[in-house]
Design a protein. Structure first.
Length: 158
């Protein structure tokens, strides 16, 4: 029964990678930790938990770094990226579910236009950041899926 409940939590975590209101990777990590405590870890459990922790850290870092790097590559200045972060936070609270990426993209578009007075340049930067969000989401989902696979191996070999 406990394995089933942990699996349900992990499925919710994977869904949370795609749904911004649910902290996906922390839920998967917490579910694995809960499983570890319920089974007294053991040597395999400690190794699996270390791997799951590393994957979680990499996935979270990728979801933050990849869109920022895409902005840098497209020529977005530091002030543009900071403004985009602020508008992303505002968007998160104003528009349910999709507010953060919408706010960031609006921030990049407006800040780049303010700096260059060229809508084409502003749109190129915005599209690059949007592609970066997509790549970051894929990387974060991949990390979450790998975390679940490590847990499945842990359960199977334990």
């Amino acid at each position: 029964m406990e394995v089933f409940l942990i699996a349900v939590l992990m499925a919710i975590g994977l869904a949370g990678v795609v749904l911004p209101l649910i902290p996906g990777l922390p839920i998967i990590w917490g579910a694995a930790l809960l499983y570890g405590f319920s089974t007294a870890f053991g040597s395999l459990g400690i190794t699996a938990m270390i791997a799951i922790t590393v994957l979680a850290a990499l996935g979270i870092a990728a979801s933050l770094v990849i869109p920022d790097r895409a902005g840098v590559a497209s020529g977005a200045s530091r002030s543009t990226r900071l403004f985009a972060g602020v508008t992303g936070l505002i968007g998160f609270f104003v528009i349910p579910v999709l507010g953060f990426p919408v706010g960031v993209c609006a921030g990049v578009l407006l800040a780049q236009y303010r700096q260059t007075y060229d809508w084409d340049t502003a749109m190129r930067s915005t599209i690059a950041v949007l592609k970066g969000f997509g790549a970051g989401l894929v990387a974060e989902f991949g990390a979450g899926f790998a975390m679940v696979l490590v847990w499945v191996a842990w359960v199977a070999l334990d």
